[in-house]
Design a protein around this ligand. Sequence first.
Ligand code: NAD
Length: 296
Amino acid sequence: MAQIGFIGLGNMGGPMMRNLLKAGHSVRVFDLSDAARQMAATAGAQVVDTASATAQDADVVVSMLPAGEHVKAVYLGKDGVMAAAPKGCLFIDSSTIDVASARDVAAAAEANGQMLVDAPVSGGVGGAEAGTLTFMVGGSDAAFTKALPFLELMGKTIVHAGGAGTGQAAKICNNMLLGISMIGTCEAFALAEKLGLDAQKLFDISSKSSGQNWSMTTYCPVPGPVPTSPANRDYQPGFAAAMMLKDLKLAVEAAAKSGASVPLGSQASQLYALYAGSGHAGTDFSGIINMLRGDK
Ligand code: NAD
């Protein structure tokens, strides 16, 4: 059994960590929040006082933190994890962060005789609890091979995307497409309403036609056609508008740095900034249909 460090025990990290514990690994954890530390102690993890203490004698350290600045501070900061971890240690960063920070931290690990994979996820809190997340993994072949048995305890679909940073690249490209497709789907349903076309009829036709997409068939933004979608529970998330905005901003930033043209991604980012900023940061991202209708 491996000695695992785990940093960041929030909505996603908490259940991911518990799946490592369930497999019989010894897990040493840290989070800034008292409540998260208490949850981890109750689950059977060893709680320590600093992020770096999780890394002592660790075979693997997993992190699930809010953003790039937290990841850099935890790994590279004064008394950081990288300095405390043994040579040969593998770091798995599953936070969704910018590609440049992911590459910086991976390069620092390599220079320090360690390995890092960027392994952001999709699948949400439900997937984290069920151990069915999708992992998009960037890193060397050796790092991926070492990470795989641990990722398999937390996820079902695990794809090696390429070298360092490509896991984050996959995540932001996918979520940019999701944001754009959700807005497009919402616009189609809002237009149908104005034209006197019943939403269920549009769904029956479009879900079998060339307009078919995931935002419509799995996550339909109007109540009725897909009973499990957040539209049926007053747009409780699901995936909050603030999180979609975070991912769209990462995509637009990455496009600016790399010289890619993303006019629709940019427009989607502005629309989600408006929606989240109008009191809907915590509303499901499909609720943007209400703003597009001019309702709220
Ligand atoms: P969260 O806010 O619930 O959890 C983050 C945790 O990190 C908190 O418990 C916080 O106390 C802790 N933390 C912050 N700074 C720290 C530090 N310096 N040291 C130790 N702990 C620290 O967030 P989450 O929903 O679990 O998301 C985590 C990451 O996963 C984010 O990057 C998010 O974009 C990504 N993500 C989330 C979802 C989702 O549905 N929630 C889905 C896919 C990806």
